[in-house]
Design a protein around this ligand. Structure first.
Ligand code: 5AD
Ligand code: SF4
Length: 464
């Protein structure tokens, strides 16, 4: 082949919104496109393809997509032509309507369960001139087959385009829980777990390209693998398949830290808590979403755990690791939430002393059970509760961070500040963000750091 026969080098720009699952999906799409001679680029202006990988968890997502598509259209008119693909949960939920509303400005529309079809549909669009859509879900076996076929396309390049130190590995798609507020089971379908061998290969690939920290991802990681056990594809120990994959991942050579998210308290076991005691690589931090401090609201949300059971999990964890840092997700203004229910949430936050929280104002999602509930809370009331909750937590976060001053912590450094040269950011085992100065390149380096000062978002320290 002469050089003129080489397929043209193309460029893709990817915008990823929402959860880490979307980051992992974006990286998967990038890996697929690389086999089609695409390279990642930073802006739509230089691209042949723009991917908007969207999130539908709360309202406004759709408006955001439409407004971004408007900006891209103007760019196309002024600048040059590029293809546009909309993927992720808004694509799944809005389907054809989105193509119509964007005045056919979308070339390919893909649900999260169909991203493997991206390269084929991009070509199909060029040939047929018609927008290509693939949404919905495959049967469990079919989806497993696709996951297997894609195993050789394990993402080796992170979205940042560098071999980043901290990478995500998807272990499970979908969710079977149907919490009454949540759109995820509708946009991402039922749970399908990846085979343990594939997960371990993915981790090894990422370590080989520079990763030191891996985060295993799923909507409900604690129920990982139950589908594979049921199908007879794998067997599990008495501690369950998630415990088993964590134990195996911990043994991968070169892995320094292993995290996982999201853990559902419902399936969280004492064995898992004890795994932290015996494995410093798991760190001393967990994200354990509770959503509300009121038993009545938890039941309305169909979270399947009582507050007493949630506390039991916290005790397991803090018995195993006394200074365990815990974060959570909370929703305020869920339909029917009274002042008393909200007060129960504030009490929980003050008692657990989370290291940080993600607090959200309830957002009604079409198709979910809670969207049909009566007595929706007034928006102004929900906003005021959100502000109050955040103010209380901010104070706790500051106090907990200030307790770090004077201590020496082992920090895994991740990246250099974009604005300040020689300023490096990393995390402690408790997942606290640390800033430190060094002339030496620190990305990927684990070092002892003495903590000097602290604020709400980060600790400032010096290398020892
Ligand atoms: N409204 C507000 N917050 C929501 N979340 C999920 N669905 C909704 C909704 N309809 C929050 C939950 C979840 C996090 C990812 O997003 O707290 O844990
Ligand atoms: Fe949504 Fe509940 Fe599943 Fe989490 S566990 S993704 S909140 S349905």
């Amino acid at each position: 082949m002469t050089t003129t026969d080489q397929p043209k080098q193309k460029k893709v720009h990817i915008e990823t919104w929402g959860c880490q699952m979307n980051v992992a999906d974006s990286e998967k799409m990038l890996a697929m496109l690389k086999t089609e001679n695409y390279q990642l680029c930073d802006t739509p202006e230089e691209s042949d393809l723009v991917i908007l990988n969207t999130c539908h968890i709360r309202e406004k997502a759709r408006h955001k997509v439409i407004s971004r598509l408007g900006v891209l259209r103007e760019l196309k008119e002024k600048n040059h032509n590029f293809q546009i693909a909309v993927t992720g949960c808004v694509a799944q939920a809005e389907g054809k309507q989105l193509i119509q509303d964007s005045e056919r400005n979308i070339d390919v529309l893909l649900g999260p369960g169909k991203i493997d079809e991206l390269p084929r549909l991009l070509k199909e669009k060029v040939i047929s001139g018609k927008p290509q859509i693939s949404i919905g879900f495959r049967r469990h076996e079919e989806q497993l087959e696709i996951i297997k076929e894609q195993a050789s396309l394990a993402p080796t390049e992170s979205l940042a385009g560098k071999n980043e130190v901290s990478r995500f590995v998807n272990i499970q798609q979908g969710c079977n829980n149907f919490c009454t507020f949540c759109v995820v089971p509708f946009t991402r379908g039922r749970e399908v777990s990846e085979h343990p061998n594939q997960i371990l290969d993915n981790i090894k690939n990422m370590i080989a390209t520079g990763a030191k920290e891996i985060t295993l991802l799923g909507q409900n990681v604690n129920s990982y693998g139950l589908d594979l056990v049921e199908r007879g594809d794998i067997t599990a120990s008495s501690s369950g398949p998630f415990y088993d994959i964590l134990s195996k991942s911990l043994q991968v050579d070169g892995l320094e830290r292993l995290r996982f998210t999201t853990s559902n308290p419902h399936d969280f076991t004492e064995d898992l808590a004890n795994l932290y005691r015996d494995n410093p690589k798991l760190g001393r931090y967990i994200h354990l979403p509770v959503q509300s401090g009121s038993d009545r609201i938890l039941a309305e949300m169909k979270r399947k755990v009582t507050l007493e059971e949630y506390w039991q999990r916290i005790h397991w964890l803090r018995d195993a690791v006394p200074d365990m840092a815990i974060s959570t997700d909370l929703i305020v203004g869920f339909p029917g939430e009274t002042e008393e229910d909200f007060q129960a949430t504030l009490d929980l936050v003050e008692r657990v002393r989370y290291s940080f929280i993600f607090a959200f104002k309830y957002s009604s999602r079409k198709g979910t059970a809670a969207a049909r509930f009566k007595n929706q809370v007034q928006d102004a009331e929900a906003s005021s509760r959100l502000a109050k909750l955040n103010a209380i937590q901010n104070q706790i976060t500051i106090e907990e961070n200030e307790k770090e001053c004077g201590l020496t912590r082992e920090v895994l450094f991740l990246y250099e500040s974009k604005k300040e040269p020689n300023v490096w950011y990393g995390r402690t085992p408790h997942f606290r963000l640390v800033r430190a100065r060094s002339e030496r390149q620190l990305a990927g380096v684990t070092a002892q750091v003495r903590i000097l000062t602290a604020n709400k978002t980060a600790l400032e320290g010096e290398l020892i």
